[in-house]
Design a protein around this ligand. Sequence first.
Ligand code: R7I
Ligand code: MG
Ligand code: MG
Length: 318
Amino acid sequence: MGAAIGDIVGAAVEAESPEYIASKFHSVDEILATESIPEFAGPSWRVGRFTDDTQMMLGVAEWLLEDHSHSPEKLLERFANTFEPWRRYGSGTEAILRQFPDHRDQWQALSTAMFPYGSYGNGSAMRVAPIGLVFANDMKKAAEVAIASSRPTHSHPLAYQGAVLQTIAVATAATSAEFLSQNFISPMRTALTRFSDLLQDTSPFVQALDAIENGLGKATSCREMSSILGTGVTAQEAVPMAIYCFLRHPESFEQVIHEAVFIGGDTDTVACMAGAISGAFLGVDVIPPRSLSQIKEERYSASAIRNLADDLFDEYAD
Ligand code: R7I
Ligand code: MG
Ligand code: MG
């Protein structure tokens, strides 16, 4: 639910600069109170709608419920069945979802159709929150399923690394009673070591974690940090930025969403991931009911998302 709220708020200003956003809005509530936002082309964006981030995250949740073998192909089929182009998918992911129905038996090759080494977009990290929740007590399994969930659309090593780091952040948040930034950062460093043992280049994330630790030590603002980490559509920018927004403001869901959105860039996605971590840490009751009431979706009201989360909890409870 934290992810959904982050996505909804960020969607209103996706790809805008922090200066532009500050010139239009002063607060998250002001964004949520806006009826619609003119689009560059096509009909206006209705505030309260999810984008691809939440649509696919809910797809991952339903996949976890339905398919205990965690088959990447089954997940891709679900994404393709629920694909709605107006939710502003990334171009590589959109191309895969459009082609899948006619190329089912070549689903593995589709993931390298646009980018020869697979995509390192943030599109697989943005949807892993349910995996972090259900495997919160088993990091190894959480990482394995996160990689399986990335495989159909994001097969670049950096996308796998980003998806695993975001999963670890959500899992750690869900199992931590008290806040200690090292409890988040150390398992991320361990996971990167495993990727590096497989001869993958992990330097973008290693450097980002170094910058995050340095920034936390100096209480650097999220805005200032965004010029170091970046706020773009790649996993290696958006995932560390989202993690920083949470680690810098672990006590306040509302502050996390505000920071993640007002820094500009890939706002729906950074706020979606930061909101997922913050929600997992603080619990659903910190999400303001006035924000939840702004969800304007036919199939997924706030209570429908909560029911899905409850079903997942029941399905995977030890
Ligand atoms: O990752 P993806 O699903 O996009 C997610 C983003 C989020 O912001 C959503 O909110 C939505 O708006 O889109 O889609 P991809 O097309 O796989 O990756 C996103 C972008 O990352 C691509 O369009 C490229 O600009 C860049 N990118 C790459 N560029 C060069 N080489 C991803 N992989 C590569 C690459 O290998
Ligand atoms: Mg989106
Ligand atoms: Mg986005």
